[in-house]
Design a binder for this molecule. Structure first.
Ligand SMILES: Nc1ncnc2c1ncn2[C@@H]1O[C@H](COP(=O)(O)OP(=O)(O)O)[C@@H](O)[C@H]1O
Ligand SMILES: [Mg+2]
Length: 372
């Protein structure tokens, strides 16, 4: 069992608080992504779980066992970094074998020339070779074992780094933006490889990224972090459909959610003003939660300022009123076409309209996500 529990984690660097009362339970075998803008404290939290950094307050337990004060190597966790951290002078084989050799061979057995002559060395090396070859086969780098990292592509290097983490059979994998050095196409491919690796290994993965689409596509649950605080934790579809905080609504989803000021929308049939909560200050809706109609009295009209044609979808940008508010509406090629510069009416699906108060907290009727 390797569930992770964080309770009231606090961390400061000097005066600046970096983590503020972070509590989170990660289930055994779960794939959790931690997403947030650069500098919000993601790496710090991951390093605290790994034992590479000490928290100022709060507790961490792994597998029901408090690990505070335990050294990284005693925590049964493996960490994979963005920078691969491979040794350039060692072959792929030796890079992957390194944690096993460090753990299983004595200091004397690791010495060059003399080590291999010592008793026990051959047997241990044989079992290490088996482990390394197994991991390499799983990650599709078996044919590269004799190469040096410098002779590998970015994607191959990242696989070697994964292999080096895998051979230790950790119960928890911690990954800190492992794909951000790769080009876009490879990044998307490696996403699938990492999720399939997770399924095959069946252990807990905690994956840090600043890329919301990466976080959403890979995870069982997503934890959204901002300014050292967890804003919301839930399955991807719940964060998308039921964000509880305006900042979560804005971070999740592409194109971005549309946000308009309630003040502009009173008495507007576009959004069914009758259903609005008194404290609602911001109204938000996803690009697919509204339709464009023939301009009419009593609804909000606007001007088409941009068309993004993705083939499957066409995103229509509409400037409302004096242009102070712009929204993006998803249409499909089968629907009526709208040309640049034309005037259109906007009709928002009232059931999918989200309301947020002055402080950005969700208010009004909150539709429950159907239990999965
Ligand atoms: N060793 C350190 N000393 C001082 N400040 C640090 C240190 N590590 C991180 N920070 C600061 O803590 C904040 C969070 O950093 P980090 O956890 O790396 O964020 P993220 O991974 O989300 O980009 C940042 O403002 C960063 O500058
Ligand atoms: Mg970071």
């Amino acid at each position: 069992m390797a569930e992770i529990e964080l309770r009231g984690i606090e961390k400061r660097y000097g005066e600046a608080p970096v983590l503020k009362d972070v509590s989170l339970k990660i289930k055994d075998g779960e794939f959790l992504t931690l997403v947030g803008p650069s500098g919000c404290g993601k790496s710090t939290l991951l390093r605290i779980i790994a034992g590479l950094e000490d928290q100022d307050a709060g507790e961490v337990s792994v597998g029901g066992r408090p690990v505070d004060g335990a050294r990284p190597k005693d925590r049964d966790v493996a960490m994979v970094f963005q920078s691969y951290a491979l040794y350039p002078h060692l072959t792929v084989f030796d890079n992957i074998a390194l944690p096993l050799r460090t753990r299983q061979l004595s200091f004397a057995q690791r010495l060059p020339l003399i080590g291999p002559l010592l008793p026990g060395h051959t047997g241990i090396e044989r079992s290490i070779r088996k482990e390394v070859e197994q991991a390499a086969a799983m990650l599709d780098v078996a044919h590269l074992l004799h190469r040096k990292p410098g002779q590998l592509s970015g994607g191959q290097r990242q696989r070697v780094a994964l292999g080096r983490a895998m051979v230790r059979h950790p119960t928890v994998f911690l990954m800190d933006e492992p794909l951000s050095n790769l080009d876009a196409r490879l990044r998307v491919q490696m996403r699938t490889e990492i999720t399939s690796l997770h399924r095959r290994l069946g252990v807990t993965f905690v994956y840090v990224t600043h890329d919301q689409s990466e976080a959403m596509t890979m995870a069982d649950r997503v934890a959204v972090m901002m300014g050292g605080e967890l804003l919301q934790v839930g399955p991807p579809e719940e964060l998308y459909r039921e964000p509880q905080d305006l900042r979560v609504a804005e971070m999740i989803g592409s194109p971005k959610i549309n946000i308009v000021a309630r003040a502009h929308w009173a008495d507007d049939r576009s959004v069914l003003s009758a259903a609005l909560a008194p404290q609602a200050k911001h109204l938000a809706f996803r690009p697919e939660a509204a339709v464009l109609i023939t301009p009419a009295d009593g609804v909000t009209n606007g001007t088409v300022t941009d068309l993004e044609n993705l083939g499957s979808d066409i995103f229509v940008h509409v400037a409302l009123r004096d242009g102070s508010e712009t929204v993006v509406i998803r249409t499909t090629p089968d629907e009526r076409r709208f040309s640049l510069g034309s005037t259109v009416g906007l009709k928002v699906d009232a059931a999918r309209l989200m309301q947020f108060d002055e402080a950005g907290r969700r208010c009004g009727n909150i539709e429950r996500v159907a239990a999965a």
